[in-house]
Design a protein around this ligand. Structure first.
Ligand code: ADP
Ligand code: ZN
Length: 215
């Protein structure tokens, strides 16, 4: 299964991706997570990425496309993959089509999580992430059993540095101007799946699985 999942910041891509990854037994490739790990490890890519991420901007395409290409060529992607957070603009979408053509892979579906702007701020402000496994929590809708601790791996929960009101507004502008146009691109390719993400996670996930089956 070769899938990608897209949607506004805070739309629940990462949360759904964790479920879909185990359902389909495919690797979950999140460009955001790759960048956060690179930043934590203070690599060259991490240093470049940090300056953009902290400002709510996209990391330049040359950097991002190359990272994705290298990741998709790793052997675990032979059984499929779930791309999360890539592509984020039309040029990245074209770059992805080119990479997939070279690797002789066809995307099965592009999942588009729909959420109204008015819910996004609250979702992101209350978001907490596990520093160990990357799992996402929400202080209101998806509370950890023990405060500050990941249910699954016991890792410490933290708030992302870019999850502030100021940065969220910038990320939303980037999403609306740069990322939204890729929805039409995948619609034209005939693989778009729209899913309302303003419902319980289990419902969102089962709707995705059912719609992927119909593709
Ligand atoms: P969210 O979807 O909540 O914004 P992500 O973890 O997917 O969170 O991304 C966090 C940040 O990482 C983005 O705001 C952006 O700066 C950077 N980033 C992630 N994916 C890409 C991408 N495909 N191209 C450029 N920058 C990216
Ligand atoms: Zn964890």
């Amino acid at each position: 299964m070769h899938l990608l999942i897209m949607g506004a910041p805070g739309s629940g891509k990462g949360t759904c991706a964790v479920e879909l990854k185990s359902y389909y037994s495919i690797p979950h490739i999140s460009t955001g997570e790759i960048f956060r790990k690179a930043i934590a490890n203070k690599t060259k890519t991490g240093l470049i990425a940090q300056s953009y991420i902290d400002k709510g901007q996209l990391v330049p395409d040359e950097v991002t496309n190359e990272i994705v290409k290298e990741r998709l060529m790793e052997s675990d992607c032979k059984k499929g993959f779930l791309l999360d957070g890539f592509p984020r603009n039309l040029d990245q979408a074209y770059a992805l089509s080119k990479i997939l053509k070279e690797l002789n892979i066809k995307l099965d579906a592009a999942i588009n999580l729909q959420i109204e702007d008015k819910y996004i701020e609250q979702r992101i402000i209350n978001r907490r992430m596990c520093e160990n496994c990357g799992r996402g929590y929400n202080l209101i809708s998806l509370k950890p059993k023990n405060e500050g601790i990941c249910d699954v791996c016991g890792g410490k929960l933290y708030q992302r540095k870019d999850d502030t009101i100021e940065t969220i507004d910038k990320r939303l502008v980037v999403y609306n101007t740069q990322t939204k146009p890729i929805i039409a691109y995948y619609k034209k390719l005939g693989i778009l799946i729209d899913v309302d993400s303003n419902q319980e996670i289990e419902k969102v996930v089962s709707e995705i699985i059912n719609k992927v089956k119909e593709k």
